[in-house]
Design a protein around this ligand. Sequence first.
Ligand code: CP
Length: 306
Amino acid sequence: MLKRKDVLGLYDMSAEEIDEILTVGMSMKKLLKQNIKKLPHLQGKSVTTLFYENSTRTRSSFELAAKYMGAHVVNITAASSSVQKGETLVDTGKTLDAMKNDVIVIRHPMGGAPRLLARTVKAHVVNAGDGMNEHPSQALLDMLTMRENLGELKGLKVAILGDISHSRVAKSNLFGLTKMGAEVTMYAPRTLLPTGIERMGAKVCSSREEAVDGANVVMGLRIQLERQHAGNFPSLGEYARFYGVNEQIMKYAKPGALVMHPGPVNRGVELTSGLIDGATSRIEEQVLSGIAVRMAILFLLTKEEV
Ligand code: CP
């Protein structure tokens, strides 16, 4: 059982809590691999997904995770809700509370929106990605995939390459992986590196080769053009050539190093198609880990103390 009301980020989550989620998530993944999709863990509970930004993986995997454990699920997108009529986030949250929701899963373009919601509702709040801040369930599913394939996270070297400035995935992975004893290296165009990322625990490298050297895992990140207001690199072709992950760069990593990406991926830009579809790619496996880890989060938040 998690001794917290909400899951808002990994910055303030302990290594013990992360370990508990990953351990339960691994058990859930074993069940999913046996095609077991009818569990009683959330029977009688209600879960609402409240998405103010687009999503394929995160929203549908939270929905499936809740349904596989017997919950009632409601999906709300900002485009088709009373947000369009001017309703505030807090008032929307109060409405969902009045409906006796047990969990609200929220994605919002503003960093900090899930924390504001969590302060004002009785329901458990799970951050499904807030602006450029955090995406905790994505980092937890990434860590689950690494643990399943490579064993303990302690001592692993994980190289993260791409649009780090705009990436909530990079930040949550940095917080989570370093707490679990892994080393995180980063490489990106200077225009896509946030100031102070070293102080958060990352080793910022001066080349792709240095970042990937001896890595157990190489993670590409999507270029978030929707959050960029001016050109941060000359062209997508030049980005791929000078900053993308390709077969040549992977030669610097440990033999058999895993290739990961949170998705959605821009083929041929952040990663080559050969790597995306190759033997060391774990991108599809990350998707299944996503349902498993979200089952663990929903279960551990709502489980009652006996
Ligand atoms: N990785 C991720 O958050 O994907 P979606 O935007 O499809 O949810």
